[in-house]
Write a protein that binds this ligand. Structure first.
Ligand code: UDP
Length: 516
């Protein structure tokens, strides 16, 4: 996982571990507890009212496990990877609120228990079907699953979703291509469908955008915030003292106009990087940080950390976010922090999402090396009135809508094997689904055959309208050579077919259930 606070890829170490509960206390004191939906379950695991199958989900938070080296856990209460904690907390909450059957693992032992791997037999590959429809994990978790599931990880790969802050581009994900063209990194080349990587911001449509939730305000709260804004109050983005290093010049200019506040973690003494005129509050509980942001006019970034949740929270509380533009943009090709990460994306400022998707008047991205530009930005901010703003995709509703749609579309389309002499039309129908020809291209491969545990002595690609299919008797498997021949209707007494099916709207079968 391309951490914003720590940049090394997963390795396996053993350290002592804090309890997960302590970690989760850091934030989210303001969140309403999730509502528990009681589902009426029919014997075949389909919900009686909605007709949807109950989705079994495992969330394995790899970076919090002892086995990941415990580099993150000890830092959690000291200003550690809070952004990632926010995202995991919101993923868990969303999955729970959506009513899924959820299991959470924070250690390799729990992971093994859930996957049905007997204790002490770590290398014994999981046999039989996977007990989950989906597994949310991270790069650390992938490594651990590879170790403990062996070859069966390959078979079950399509059920995995990797929470990956900065994203993984296709060139880095594709093993053969990465090897041939120099895109191999230590994060791995997992040969997933690139949409299985889920990012914190919508970096590229190659990956899926998972995001997180920020507090949404009602109109009364918004107007009271606007009335109580203190025009000369600034909060600095940077909870670790190191983030303030070398920024004295900018802080001086800022201090000429404004009262400067900080939330820098410290144990006993004030960190020397934080000038004496700064009101340092230390790391604040979430609601106190909110109160501070509600009063402040300016939230100012000095270039690090990259792409975190805090600027969105500040903007949602009516602050203007001021940040440095990067000339040239930072990327894995020119910047230490991104080096070795599986993306060549060019990061144009500290928070490109804020720059590109929000922009003025809420966000100002300026060249900090030009002190005149910096100076006039501060003066402009003090005299500009802005309303609190939160993009819909970062509200509770936006996140729930998105996570729900991903699960419906990704789990709502299973792969089935027909019987001999049965078409895909019929095979899907039997499962209360319809055959979806657009999905044939995803199942026309060896992995799909492996997923169904088909024994193939030979696999050949042919022009044959019943392919992809397999013959149990002859142990022969056939893939489709001509995409124009993908057929739901085709059938042959010799073959069992690979059928991609999806759900449908009652009375409007052309559309899937959540397609509108
Ligand atoms: N945060 C907090 N108290 C503080 C500072 C930060 O609760 O004193 C929260 C903040 O609201 C945000 C998260 O910690 O939700 C961290 O966000 P940031 O953008 O700083 O990302 P990070 O670098 O920690 O991943």
């Amino acid at each position: 996982l391309a951490w914003r606070n720590h940049s090394s890829p997963p390795t396996v170490h053993t350290h002592t571990r804090q309890t997960a509960t302590t970690k989760r206390q850091v934030r989210h004191t303001h969140r309403t507890p999730p509502t528990v939906h009681t589902h009426t379950q029919s014997p075949n695991n389909y919900h009686q009212e909605t007709g949807k199958r109950d989705t079994h989900i495992l969330v394995h938070v790899g970076f919090l496990t002892e086995e990941s080296g415990d580099v993150f856990s000890p830092k959690v209460l000291k200003g550690g990877p809070l952004g990632e904690m926010v995202q995991w907390a919101d993923i868990l909450t969303a999955l729970h609120v959506l009513g899924h059957n959820l299991k959470i693992s924070m250690s390799v032992k729990e992971l093994q228990g859930f996957l049905g791997v007997p204790p002490g037999r770590g290398s014994c590959p999981l046999t039989g079907p996977l007990p989950f429809d989906l597994i949310y994990t991270d790069y650390h978790g992938m490594q651990q699953m590879k170790q403990h599931m062996g070859l069966s990880l390959k078979r079950h790969k399509c059920h995995i979703r990797v929470i990956d802050t900065f994203g993984t581009e296709p060139a880095y994900n594709h093993e053969d291509y990465a090897t041939l063209h120099g895109y191999r990194t230590n994060w791995g080349y997992w040969n997933l469908n690139s949409r299985q990587y889920m990012t914190m911001f919508p970096h590229t449509p190659d990956n899926s955008f998972m995001g997180f939730v920020s507090e949404e305000l009602n109109d009364t709260e918004k107007s009271s915030i606007m009335q109580n804004k203190v025009n000369n109050m600034a909060v600095v983005y940077g909870k670790e003292a190191s983030m303030w290093k070398g920024k004295e010049g900018f802080l001086q200019i800022l201090h000429r106009y404004m009262e400067v506040h900080g939330t820098v973690y410290y144990e006993t003494q004030r960190p020397p990087e934080v000038p004496a005129y700064v009101k340092n509050h230390g790391l604040l509980p979430q609601h106190e940080l909110q109160t501070l942001l509600r009063k402040a006019k300016l939230f100012i970034g000095f270039g690090f950390p990259y792409e975190g949740p805090a600027p969105l929270e500040a903007i949602a509380n009516g602050c203007i976010y001021l940040q440095p533009k990067f000339h040239p943009p930072h990327s894995s090709l020119n910047h230490e922090f991104f080096r070795g990460k599986p993306t060549s994306r060019e990061v144009s400022s500290q928070h490109p999402y804020a720059e590109q998707y929000i922009g003025r008047p809420h966000v100002m991205t300026v060249d900090y090396n030009n002190s005149q530009e910096f100076d006039s930005a501060i003066r402009e901010i003090m005299s500009t009135k802005v309303e609190p703003y939160l993009p819909y995709e970062y509200t509770c509703e936006g996140m729930l809508e998105r996570v729900h749609a991903y699960i419906q579309h990704q789990v709502g389309s299973p792969l089935l094997a027909s019987q001999e002499g049965q078409s895909c039309v019929e095979a899907c129908q039997r499962a209360n689904l319809v055959c979806e020809p657009a999905l044939f291209r995803f199942v026309n491969n060896k992995e799909a055959l492996r997923g169904l545990e088909v024994q193939c002595e030979v696999v050949e690609a042919e022009v044959n309208h019943v392919f992809p299919a397999f013959s149990v008797l002859r142990r022969e498997c056939g893939l489709q050579k001509d995409p124009l021949l993908y057929s739901c209707a085709g059938l042959s007494p010799k073959y069992r077919r690979l059928c991609p099916c999806r759900d449908y709207r009652r009375g409007q079968v052309a559309l899937c259930r959540d397609c509108l």
